[in-house]
Ligand binder design. Structure first.
Ligand code: ADP
Ligand code: MG
Length: 526
């Protein structure tokens, strides 16, 4: 990790503001290195593992140098529709304060809609090569003002056989443009492409793959969905009752929300992130070190350099953005050769990151079932048994003897004990959980692509209602939902897939006809 801040990279104020809104605390390595080079105007070949933030790396680089009145200034090519949509969405958020027009363009969507949309003031087109070429040939995408070309996930585009389309497009572009090429790997074919179409003084930035091993730390993960993540964490904490745990979140907002949720459930916890003053952070850290706080919720940056003895658990409330951060996170426990425990809460969307972590760390990360209420009950009972025997051994209860005497004259001793335990349990368990087992997300859920999005005024609730009422499926068959500007993705149980597609296809939701397809899933996580 590096110590560089976004504010040191030469970015304009509007971008710094939107980056703050996104909750990014500090640039990833590829961002720290690529952004200044891109802003200076050099051609750039950037290589870094998946999930290292390449989108914002080129996104910041070009948005920084484009303004609303520049006309169509940039073309970004991505291998698949899903990736184009993802990139489009992230760029929109980055360009929020510059109010740039950004449009996704890909096959499968009616071309007439795209032609109409292209007539608006569009500054950046994000598209798949085939469809973009189609528009160029029709003259509906004009290239005379193009200053930037981005080839995103270039290795995948070549794998998918887009080389001819790419070359066709590149040859039509103004030659004084700036070209940015990003890829996770650098096969020869890409090197040749770069040599042929990029300037001689192009900069190469390659971020090394991290490979680290983490012994001594037992690593496991729990499968959660967006909905059950918080409850899963509570169950794990109630079952394990760690005496000292750091819980990691990716963003500052995530930290704030989690701390609030945990505090309202009675956990002794405080948060730590970059927006808090140094003095405040030191105070929190002191409490944590002294043991008057059981839990510390932190971002990766805020936790850097924290060296606290005796942390028993590191919990990844969500997975970090790169493998290196994961290794840094879990290295907080298991210090001085003591055993440590690392848990990760992983949603289906995070599986590919988990896989990557497993590969790079060569770590054995085992799946664990989320504790049921019965499990928690059994674990708490054990703790009580131990507490009571310890207290009896220490004979440290004299002043309670008179009350005990009085109780034993009125009631049976087993009844008294059970009632005492109940009064202890009730407050911290019985009211909290509604069902014994916390349903795990079905990892084999099918991901559906729907042609309605935020622009149609839909939200997760209205989308669930639409699917549930139209296809008559149980809400439990509907999983994670991602609503983007123009589209949505919905995970559903495989047994109702056909029903949902058949019943919902072609109907209108908030005046827009809904088109549904099974989404191309294998591309990447988000
Ligand atoms: P890549 O293209 O390298 O595979 P992405 O650009 O898709 O990676 O980024 C992966 C995820 O990390 C996205 O959800 C993105 O919003 C997030 N991300 C990017 N940069 C940062 C950052 N500096 N801090 C925190 N999260 C980030
Ligand atoms: Mg990418």
């Amino acid at each position: 990790m590096n110590e560089i801040k976004f504010s040191n990279l030469g970015l304009k104020e509007t971008l710094l503001k939107s980056i703050t809104d996104l909750g990014f605390e500090e640039p990833s390595q590829i961002q720290a290195e690529a952004i200044p080079v891109a802003i200076e105007g050099y051609d750039l070949i950037g290589q870094a593992q998946t999930g290292t933030g390449k989108t914002a790396a080129f996104g910041c680089g070009i948005i920084n140098n484009i303004s609303k009145k520049d006309g169509l200034s940039a073309i970004i090519l991505a291998p698949t529709r899903e990736l184009a949509i993802q990139v489009n969405d992230e760029l929109k958020r980055l360009a929020k304060y510059d109010e740039l027009g950004i449009l996704p363009i890909y096959g499968g969507d009616p071309i007439t809609n795209q032609i109409r949309a292209l007539k608006r003031n569009i500054n950046i087109v994000v598209g798949t090569p085939g469809r973009v070429l189609d528009h160029i040939k029709r003259g509906t995408i004009k290239l005379d003002k193009i200053k930037f070309l981005v080839l995103d996930e270039a290795d995948e585009m070549l794998n998918m056989g887009f080389i001819d389309d790419l070359e066709d497009i590149i040859k039509k572009l103004p030659s004084e443009r700036q070209t940015l090429l990003f890829s996770a790997t650098m096969p020869d074919q890409i090197k040749r492409l770069a040599k042929r179409y990029m300037k001689d003084d192009a900069k190469h930035i390659a971020i090394k793959k991290t490979s680290m091993t983490v012994s001594k730390i037992s690593q496991s993960f729990y499968e959660v969905s967006h909905k059950t993540r918080f409850e899963a964490l509570c169950r794990v904490l109630d079952f394990d009752t760690p005496s000292s745990a750091i819980i990691f979140c990716r963003t500052k907002k995530g930290v704030d929300e989690l701390v609030e949720g945990m505090q309202s459930r009675g956990y002794i916890v405080e948060g730590m992130h970059g927006d808090m003053s140094q003095a405040h952070r030191l105070r929190t850290l002191k409490k944590f070190k002294e043991g008057s706080l059981n839990f510390l919720v932190a971002t990766d940056v805020a936790a850097r350099g924290i060296d606290v003895e005796g942390i028993t658990h590191v919990i990844n409330y969500d997975l970090p953005q790169d493998v290196e951060s994961y290794v840094h996170r879990i290295g907080r426990t298991g210090r001085a050769n003591r055993e440590g425990t690392a848990y990760s809460l992983v949603s289906p969307k995070e599986y590919s990151m988990l896989k990557q972590i497993k590969t790079v760390t060569k770590g054995d990360i085992t799946r664990r079932p989320i504790p049921t209420v019965n499990d928690i009950f059994a674990s708490k009972s054990k703790t009580i048994l131990k507490d009571v025997s310890d207290t009896i051994n220490d004979s440290d209860y004299d002043k309670f003897l008179p009350v005990a005497q009085e109780l034993s004259e009125k009631f049976d001793s087993v009844e008294i004990i059970a009632a005492l335990i109940k009064s202890k349990f009730n407050s911290d368990l019985m009211d909290t959980y509604s069902s014994d087992v916390l349903e795990a997300p079905k990892s084999e859920d099918v991901r559906l692509f729907l042609s309605v999005g935020r622009r149609d005024g839909i939200n997760p609730k209205s989308l669930v209602n639409f699917i549930k009422d139209t296809a008559r499926v149980k809400p439990s068959s509907i999983g994670d939902i991602d609503i983007l500007e123009n589209f949505s993705f919905v995970n559903i149980a495989p047994d109702v897939k056909d029903k949902v597609i058949n019943k919902c296809m072609g109907l209108k939701l908030n005046k827009r006809k809904v088109n549904i397809e099974v989404a191309n899933r294998n591309k990447k996580r988000r």
